[in-house]
Design a protein around this ligand. Structure first.
Ligand SMILES: *[C@@H]1O[C@H](CO)[C@@H](O)[C@H](O)[C@H]1NC(C)=O
Ligand SMILES: *[C@@H]1O[C@H](CO)[C@@H](O)[C@H](O)[C@H]1NC(C)=O
Ligand SMILES: *[C@@H]1O[C@H](CO)[C@@H](O)[C@H](O)[C@H]1NC(C)=O
Ligand SMILES: *[C@@H]1O[C@H](CO)[C@@H](O)[C@H](O)[C@H]1NC(C)=O
Ligand SMILES: *[C@@H]1O[C@H](CO)[C@@H](O)[C@H](O)[C@H]1NC(C)=O
Length: 426
C-alpha cells in the first residue's frame, strides 16, 4: 500500500504534462458537420470550446442551424453562453448508455452548474428514457417539460467525448429572459468595490485607466483585479513612487484584450499580451494551471486566479491574490520600496549587466521580491532548485518560458526518485 502513494504522485505529475495536450478539439470535430456550423460558431465565440476541450468524459448535445438561429435570436452572447453551457453534460453518454439509464430517468450535471450562477438545480438536465425507445431531455427545474428528444448520435471518442443531436434546445426557466448586462451599462468600479478590490478600483479611476477599460469592454476585455489584501502584502513595492505613466502601465498590465474566461486560460500555453504590451514580449504574462487552479506569472511574481466577479461574454473580471509586478517595472530590483531589505542588495544595482531581470524569474527566494507565492504556484516546490537557467539573455519573458520547463522536469525527477527510493525501502 505504502508504495502506491508515490505512484499516484507520479500519475499526478504526468497529468500535469498531459493536461497541456488536448485530447479532443470540438471545433474540428463539428467542422465535419455543416448542419451544426452555427452551433460550432457560437461555441467558439463564447469560448465554450476551450472549456469543452479542457475536459474529459463529456457529452455535447447539439442541434441544427435552424434551432441554433432561433435560440440565438437577438440575445447577447452572455445569454447564449449560459444556454449552450446547459448542453454540455459532464458525463459520457452514447446511444447505448441513454437506453440503459437506471430506473429510466436521471439528472446529469452540466457546465452551466459549474459557473455557480445556476439557481437551484437549474444547472442539471433531466434525461428520461421514455417507453418505446424514445429518450427525452429537459431542464431539471421543477415543472419543466421534457420537450427535447434525442435524434441521433453524431460522433463518439469513447470515453472522452460524445456528441449527440437533440431535436431542440433545452431551456432552463428564466434563462433567456433574465436581464443581461450590456458592457456599456456596467459599473466597473462598483463591481470591483463589491468584490473587495477597492484599492484597484480607486487606482483605475484616479489614473483614468477606467476609460480604456470601458471602451475595451464591449469588444472583449478580461481584467485581473488584485484584492485589497494584495496591495497591503509584504514585499509589494511602494506604488506611490511610480510615475503616472508607470502606474498606467502597471494597471493596464492587469488586463488583456479579448474575452479570456477560465477555460481559455487553462488551455493557454504561450505567453499572453496584456493591454500594457507595447512590443513583442513586453509586459506579457504566462499562465500555468493545475487541475482547476490557474496561476498567472509575471517573471517577478505570480498570482492565483481567485474569484470570478463577472463572466459576461465578451467581458470578464477575476480577482487575484497578488499584485502582478511586470519585469519591465520591477525586474531590476526586487524591492524598489524601502521594504524589508534582502541581505544581498537592497539598492537597485543594475551596474553589472542588463541581466538582473530574469534573475528573479521563478526564484521566490529573495525576501523582498514578492509576497510568498500562493501554494498553488509552480507544481511542487521545485523552483528554488532551478537556478541560473537564465542570465543568458536579458529578455525576461523568454527566460520565463524557458525556466519553467526545467522546474517541471526537476519535479518529475524528484517524484521518480521518491518512487524508486520508496520501492527500495519497502
Ligand atoms: C482520451 O483521452 C486520453 C487523455 O487525454 C487520451 O490519452 C486518449 O488517447 C483519448 N482517447 C482517445 C480514443 O482519443
Ligand atoms: C481546434 O481546431 C480548430 C479548427 O481546426 C483550430 O483553429 C484550433 O486552433 C484548434 N484548437 C486547439 C486547441 O488545438
Ligand atoms: C425527469 O422529469 C420527469 C418528468 O417531469 C419526472 O417524472 C422525473 O422524475 C424526472 N427525473 C428526475 C431524476 O428527477
Ligand atoms: C458605481 O458604483 C459606485 C459604488 O457602488 C458608486 O459610488 C458610483 O456612483 C457608481 N457609478 C455610476 C456611474 O453609477
Ligand atoms: C538573446 O536574445 C537575442 C535577441 O533577442 C538573441 O539574438 C540571442 O540569440 C539570445 N541569446 C541567447 C543565449 O538566448
Amino acid at each position: 500500500m505504502g508504495a502506491l502513494q508515490p505512484f499516484f504522485v507520479v500519475c499526478l505529475g504526468l497529468l500535469a504534462f498531459n493536461a497541456l495536450v488536448s485530447a479532443h478539439n470540438i471545433t474540428e470535430l463539428l467542422a465535419a458537420f455543416p448542419e451544426y456550423s452555427e452551433y460550432n460558431n457560437y461555441l467558439s465565440q463564447t469560448k465554450l470550446d476551450d472549456e469543452i476541450n479542457s475536459r474529459q468524459t463529456i457529452t455535447v448535445l447539439v442541434f441544427n442551424n435552424g434551432a441554433m438561429s432561433s435560440l440565438a435570436g437577438k440575445h447577447p452572447l452572455s445569454v447564449i453562453k449560459k444556454a449552450l453551457s446547459l448542453h454540455v453534460v459532464l458525463d459520457y453518454y452514447d446511444a447505448q448508455k441513454l437506453h440503459q439509464i437506471s430506473k429510466g430517468t436521471t439528472l446529469s450535471t452540466t457546465l452551466y452548474q459549474t459557473t455557480g450562477n445556476a439557481p437551484g438545480n437549474y444547472g442539471f438536465v433531466n434525461i428520461t428514457d421514455l417507453q418505446g425507445g424514445k429518450v427525452s431531455f429537459g431542464s431539471a427545474a421543477p415543472g419543466s417539460k421534457l420537450s427535447s428528444s434525442y435524434t441521433k448520435s453524431v460522433k463518439q471518442i469513447p470515453y472522452n467525448i460524445s456528441v449527440l443531436e437533440i431535436s431542440e434546445p433545452i431551456i432552463a426557466p428564466g434563462l433567456l429572459t433574465a436581464p443581461a448586462p450590456s458592457a456599456s451599462d456596467l459599473n466597473i468600479t462598483g463591481l470591483l468595490e463589491k468584490a473587495g478590490c477597492k484599492t484597484f478600483a480607486a487606482l483605475i479611476l484616479s489614473s483614468g485607466v477606467i476609460k480604456t477599460y470601458q471602451s475595451a469592454a464591449e469588444k472583449g476585455l478580461t481584467i485581473f483585479a488584485p484584492n485589497d489584501e494584495a496591495f497591503k502584502a509584504k514585499g509589494v513595492p511602494d506604488l506611490t513612487k511610480l510615475t503616472n505613466a508607470e502606474t498606467v502601465s502597471l494597471l493596464l498590465y492587469h488586463s488583456v484584450a479579448g474575452y479570456t474566461p477560465k477555460g481559455t486560460l487553462k488551455s493557454t500555453t504561450t505567453p499572453i499580451s496584456t493591454l500594457a504590451t507595447n512590443g513583442a514580449g513586453k509586459y506579457d504574462l504566462t499562465v500555468t494551471h493545475d487541475g482547476d487552479s490557474v496561476v498567472l506569472h509575471t517573471g517577478v511574481d505570480s498570482s492565483r486566479l481567485a474569484d470570478t466577479v463577472l463572466d459576461a461574454t465578451p467581458f470578464a473580471i477575476f480577482t487575484i491574490d497578488s499584485v502582478l509586478l511586470p519585469t519591465e517595472l520591477f525586474g531590476k530590483s526586487p524591492s524598489p520600496a524601502p521594504g524589508p531589505a534582502p541581505e544581498s542588495s537592497p539598492s537597485p544595482a543594475p551596474v553589472l549587466a542588463p541581466s538582473p531581470a530574469p534573475a528573479s524569474v521563478e526564484a521566490p527566494s529573495p525576501l523582498g521580491a514578492s509576497p510568498p507565492a500562493p501554494p498553488s504556484d509552480t507544481p511542487g516546490g521545485a523552483p528554488s532548485d532551478a537556478p541560473s537557467a537564465e542570465s543568458e539573455n536579458s529578455t525576461s519573458t523568454d527566460a520565463a518560458g524557458h525556466v519553467r520547463a526545467p522546474a517541471l522536469l526537476i519535479l518529475l525527477v524528484t517524484v521518480v526518485a521518491t518512487v524508486i527510493s520508496s520501492i527500495f525501502l519497502s
